[in-house]
Design a protein around this ligand. Structure first.
Ligand code: GYE
Length: 338
């Protein structure tokens, strides 16, 4: 109990941070963009990943409402989890000569050409939520700031919570992992952070790992396959680690349909902290969620404004977030904003 109160205190301190545009904006000597844009309505092109999860829906809503409130003209495009759609959208934003392009890259690689085009058109690019890797050169030259969570840290938090909860030093702990979208920053990083911690706990083993593409439907489908093959191989699944809550919620269904009790027969930890996860925790079916805030809209607006005033942004604007175990779920649910 005392421990969970401590966790909450940490969360409350962190949650609100959203180190807004105090967000690290620095005044620049010459402010060409500001002068040019004085009095003119700002136009932002935003290319969203899709609508794959509760997290994403909340993220879209946060961005749309913050832009509306700020009187910014938002050109919003949903890529339905397809990189080619995002590239098309960004190209069309360049053609339309928007003031700022923002996007959440569905996967890390494959952006070299379009980022070069935006740079050549002198349109500043803001990365929200997910990072990019270039095949050559420094990606930082192609974006003004990257705002979002530290996914490696989220993976570490999931593993640290698990090890603390299981309290097993020698007995084998068999874990199945539902990964996010293949090649996406959160899938890569959440795996890395989780495995990094487990390296020091040799009895914890990931026995199966597959993508569920961050969706409920795929989470369910892949969990069904995990359960089936574990049965055939006479393996016991002790733990499910899901890279997001939606996949965990889908998997919970599969576990129940297989006649097992999620949260008891199989311990479940996932990431995001959406309302659905809190409800599942209250129902005793999910054991913990690691927070990842989608509420990036206000930060994005601050960054856009700072840019149009000719300020330079910090290259990395990090979201602060916490860990929520099931025992605090009922108390926390009313405070959740997504
Ligand atoms: O965790 C998942 C979503 O990129 C942080 O994408 C985001 C992830 C989030 O679909 O639910």
């Amino acid at each position: 109990m005392r421990k969970s109160r401590k966790i909450i205190a940490g969360i409350l301190a962190g949650v609100m941070m959203l180190a807004l545009a105090g967000c690290g904006a620095k005044q620049e000597a010459n402010a060409p963009a500001g002068e040019k844009n004085a009095g003119k309505k700002i136009t932002v092109g935003f290319s969203q990943v899709g609508a794959e999860s509760e997290w994403r829906t909340a993220n879209t809503e946060s961005i749309k409402s913050a832009m509306k409130e700020a009187g910014i003209d938002l050109k919003f495009s949903d890529a339905q989890q397809k990189q080619e759609n995002q590239i098309k959208a960004i190209r069309s934003f360049i053609q339309q000569k928007v003031d700022v392009i923002a996007f959440s890259p569905v996967v890390e690689t494959g952006w070299d050409a379009v980022l070069q085009e935006a740079k050549a058109a002198k349109i500043p690019v803001i990365l929200t939520d997910r990072a990019v890797k270039l095949s050559s050169g420094n990606p930082e030259e192609y974006y003004v700031t990257f705002m979002g969570s530290d996914f490696v840290e989220e993976g570490r938090r999931a593993a640290n919570w698990l090890v603390g909860f299981m309290k097993k030093d020698t007995e084998p702990v068999n874990i199945v992992e539902l990964q996010g979208t293949v090649g996406s920053a959160p899938a890569i990083d959440r795996k890395t952070g989780f495995e990094e911690v487990l390296k020091n706990h040799a009895n914890y083993k990931i026995i199966k790992s597959q993508t569920g593409d961050f969706t409920r439907a795929k989470g369910k489908e892949v969990m069904e396959a995990f359960l089936k093959s574990a049965k055939a191989e006479n393996q016991k699944i002790d733990v499910l680690y899901a890279h997001n809550d939606d996949m965990a919620i889908g998997a919970i269904q599969a576990i129940e349909e297989a006649g097992l009790k999620p949260g008891k027969d199989i311990i479940i930890v996932s990431i995001d902290g959406v309302k659905g996860a809190f409800e599942a925790m209250i129902a005793g079916k999910l054991n913990a969620t690691i927070e990842c805030s989608p509420l990036l809209g206000p930060q994005l607006v601050e960054a856009v404004k700072a840019l149009t005033e000719g300020k330079t942004l910090e290259k990395r604007i990090l979201t602060q977030e916490g860990v929520f175990p099931a025992e605090v779920a009922a108390k926390e649910l009313p405070n959740r904003k997504y």
